[in-house]
Design a protein. Structure first.
Length: 228
């Protein structure tokens, strides 16, 4: 009888401790979010408005990284990439990234695109330590769930087993292995607007000796990599 009571008491303590941990973590995230909002308001007043052209302040960057760290559950942070890295995986990850991610992050992961550089916060240079020091599980969690109050959307089907997202984790880990040939191949896979596709078809028709009638449409706005 005493053993049963002791076990019940122990379970109650463990349950209470677990609940308190979750409560403390939630309070910390809320406090960090409040600090981030206060920093945004301060920065907005300092520059005269909510412009995405400004660079985030040190405080904003620190708070955002801490909030991101605390927001990723420990189980997700410790997850290992279940997709083996093979030549096929490497090729498929480049294709997927070029089609889904490069508009903001650039084919080389630098974030230097006309969209990526005008987000707030800016699209990160994923080749640097701030991204590379994240665990595979953290990278996957961010890809699958997105990041609130930023331009990062959620991708894939969610859950723990989205294969394409795990392949993207491999791609981020191997950004330093990209060659000029890889980047050229990826450029051909980047999304194109209808106007850009029409322009390519007109160029091809012209090169084959056909007549190309001017469309009268304005030149398409290209989303491409910026110079460093």
């Amino acid at each position: 009888m005493l053993d049963i009571e002791a076990d019940e008491s122990s379970d109650g303590v463990n349950s209470w401790t677990g609940a308190n941990r979750m409560k403390v973590r939630s309070l910390i995230v809320i406090a960090l979010a409040a600090l981030a909002i206060a920093s945004l308001i301060y920065a907005a007043r300092a520059v005269g408005g909510f412009s995405t052209r400004a660079e985030p302040t040190r405080v904003e960057r620190l708070v955002a990284r801490l909030a991101r760290r605390w927001a990723v559950p420990a189980r997700a942070r410790q997850a290992r990439n279940p997709v083996p890295f093979t030549p096929d995986t490497w090729a498929e990850s480049r294709e997927h990234f070029a089609d889904h991610c490069a508009t903001c992050h650039a084919n080389d992961g630098s974030g230097r695109t006309s969209i990526g550089r005008n987000l707030y916060p800016k699209a990160p240079d994923m080749r640097l330590a701030a991204t590379q020091d994240l665990t595979d599980g953290e990278l996957y969690y961010i890809i699958v769930n997105g990041v609130r109050l930023s331009g990062m959307p959620a991708w894939g089907s969610g859950g723990d087993d989205d294969v394409d997202s795990w392949k993207c984790v491999h791609f981020i880990r191997h950004l330093g292995d990209l060659t000029p040939e890889h980047l050229k191949e990826m450029e051909s896979l980047n999304p194109k607007s209808p106007a850009e596709r029409q322009e390519e078809q007109d160029d091809e028709r012209f090169l084959q000796g056909g007549d190309v009638e001017p469309s009268g449409a304005p030149a398409p706005h290209h989303v491409h990599k910026e110079n460093p």
